[in-house]
Design a protein. Structure first.
Ligand code: GFB
Length: 316
């Protein structure tokens, strides 16, 4: 179990995941959280990262920093998604190794798995087939992150572990309509259509793609659970094991935010992976399962969105 008074570095503390991990660690009584903004430290710069680690000397690291976005951001900025993430994973893992960090958790993504992987996707499906082209750059960088943790463990004995979350949502998400993920985009689009008195709301793709959604507070809980009790080379899927179509998702958001609105599917936008649902039996076998139902999570995240919008405090 982690020492609650040891210095802990949460890399990426302002993002959806990092902010949830900070909340979870604070609630757990961690007393020495270390964070740094990108205006102070460029995590792609090895010597800057090394200097920062030399000064702060964290004993534990949550590596959840990265360039992230939805399907459109991934397809329009593939070089950034590949380069930024590749570098960030490399610099932080190497710096953690160099100063002797006792435990590091690296966060990947379910997009590491082949486009046509057997569903639900087991951890063993990694590198068994071609990747989904809409997020290949991001997926390649994420796969390298897993391999960094595995190889540093094998060669140096470092206790570096990896978790692979499914699609995430929750407070602190990016509500940008072009760059963000489907759930925050749909919440905002339905909300703005209702405010503007518009009866039709656009949804990208055919609506037939299937996705699984995990509340970010559940993910943060799983990350702490793994840091406290898991130490092995294999990565661990984190999800609910339950998926639905994008059409069903859009209807759920519609019924909450703008009941009666019509959906207009834009098939010129990509669906991405046809289906992406994780087999979560490994994590369940270790003793952890997700607690937040999708409906509950959508209701509370929408309430958060409305309040944050009123405060003028949204990432757009
Ligand atoms: O959330 P999203 O971008 O994630 O899209 P991916 C999920 C599905 O929702 C796709 C559809 O089939 C989209 O076409 N969709 C419908 C929308 N309306 C919208 C909308 O307004 N915005 C967005 N973004 N989608 C990402 C990867 O893929 O998943 C990343 O690109 C990352 O690399 C992330 O792994 C978890 O599951 O398609």
């Amino acid at each position: 179990m982690l020492d609650r008074h040891a210095p802990v570095f949460v890399a990426g503390h302002r993002g959806l995941v990092g902010s949830a991990i900070v909340r979870r660690l604070e609630a757990e009584g961690f007393t020495d959280l270390r964070t740094v903004g990108r205006e102070v430290l460029d995590l792609r710069d090895q010597s800057a990262v090394d200097s920062w680690f030399d000064v702060e000397r964290p004993r534990y690291v949550f590596l959840v920093a990265g360039t992230v976005g939805g399907i459109h951001a991934n397809t329009s900025r593939p070089a950034e998604f590949l380069y930024d993430n590749l570098m960030i994973h490399g610099t932080v893992v190497q710096a953690a190794h160099r100063i002797g960090v006792e435990k590091l958790l690296y966060l990947g993504s379910s997009c590491i798995y082949p486009r046509l992987a057997e569903q639900p996707i087991m951890e063993e499906a990694l590198l068994s087939g071609a990747l989904e082209p809409t997020n290949e750059g991001y997926a390649l960088a994420k796969i390298v992150g897993i391999k960094l943790c595995e190889t540093y463990r094998r060669q140096y004995g470092d206790d570096f572990i990896s978790a692979m979350p499914t699609n995430l949502y929750g407070p602190g998400d990016n509500f940008d309509l072009e760059g963000g993920h489907v759930l925050p985009a749909l919440m905002r689009r339905f909300h703005e259509a209702r405010e503007a008195g518009e009866a039709t709301v656009g949804v990208w793709g055919t609506g037939n793609a299937r996705r699984e959604f995990l509340h970010v507070d559940d993910l943060a809980d799983a990350c702490l659970f793994l840091m406290d009790g898991y130490s092995a080379p294999g990565h661990v899927n984190v999800g609910t094991g339950v998926d639905l179509t994008i059409r069903e998702l859009a209807e759920t958001v519609r019924d909450l935010v703008h009941p009666g609105a019509d959906l207009a599917f834009d098939a010129s936008m990509p669906d991405g992976m046809p289906r992406k649902v994780l087999d979560v039996s490994k994590l369940a076998g270790l003793g952890w399962t997700a607690q937040t139902s999708l409906t509950e999570g959508i209701v509370s995240t929408y309430a958060w969105f409305v309040e944050a919008a009123e405060r003028g405090d949204l990432r757009l």
